[in-house]
Design a protein around this ligand. Structure first.
Ligand SMILES: [Zn+2]
Length: 68
């Protein structure tokens, strides 16, 4: 369970990364998905949070910026 850094509110997942289809069965099991979470209290959104129980995830995922 994740907690908002701003208000200690509860974060709920609003989007979960899909496991790439081309991975083998074994790799799919090892794949650590990330999710986007939203604070139920203040509405702050946290992107790229570890979803599959990997709390110490330090991997920086490359994200594609939308047009600015
Ligand atoms: Zn909050």
């Amino acid at each position: 369970m994740f907690v908002c850094k701003e208000c200690q509110g509860v974060l709920v997942p609003i989007a979960i990364e899909e496991i790439p289809e081309h991975l083998s069965k074994e790799k799919k099991l090892l794949y650590n998905r990330v999710c986007d979470c939203e604070c139920m209290n203040c509405g702050k959104v946290y992107y790229g949070q570890p979803y599959d129980g990997n709390e110490s995830l330090n991997v920086v995922r490359k994200t594609k910026k939308l047009s600015e």
